[in-house]
Design a protein around this ligand. Sequence first.
Ligand code: GLY
Length: 277
Amino acid sequence: MDANDAAWKILQDGGEALDAVEQGVRVSEADPNVDSVGYGGLPDRDGHVTLDACIMDEQSRAGSVACLEHIMHPISVARKVMELTPHVMLVGEGALRFAEEHGFTRENLLTEKARNAWEEWKKMSGYTPHVDKNNHDTIGMIARDANGNFSGACTTSGLAWKIHGRVGDSPIIGAGLFVDNSVGAACATGKGEAVIRIAGSAIIVELMRAGKTPQEACEEAVERIVHRQRDYKDFQVGFIAMNTKGEVGGFSIHKGFQYALRSQDRNELIDARFRVS
Ligand code: GLY
């Protein structure tokens, strides 16, 4: 809701969707109490906080960073990749060097709370990455401004205790996020590997292009995971989408996925419908 407040302020002042989504998700990136995004994010199994983020605008421009360390606002680095380079995606050391060249400063993103959680995990885990219904979360945001233009942003510290170098869906255009200004936008949360395997957000946009509502499109994307990935009961995925009529939808595999909706007449946290309990 705090992220939506920041984004909504920009939209209300007549600002662009691109600025709204960037500024919105920056709120979560800076919040040490959000343990799946930015500062305070849970580290990989070696204790590194590695961040993934992407951004996409109404012109189908896109920027992305993956496995970026030490920078609190990967979404803003992703925007710089989009605006200042001929590329879409920078990773690891190269992304960090690019960020520093553009004025971002190195910070320690591993909070004491996250370090303690990692120390506890190490005692029990056998150094083995683990996916379950609760080990996930990502902030994805889509916005449509007064000119009818869409943008989207997605940012995460990814799966806690992952193998160093693992990248999920969140920085991958078409998986964690997709925007097509003539159709709408979609983004994902949950187990990134499952989302990548169905090109989740791109599929939802294509389903909307083919005539499905955002709700129907999100449900169909979840259905594809459920039909093709036998272990679906062991992990969570959730999608949200919006079309050019301003209709929205959200759906997840399991109960518990919520999304925040802000519009001229609505400001609410919605419990998404789900496939299995
Ligand atoms: N959806 C976030 C991740 O899998 O890293």
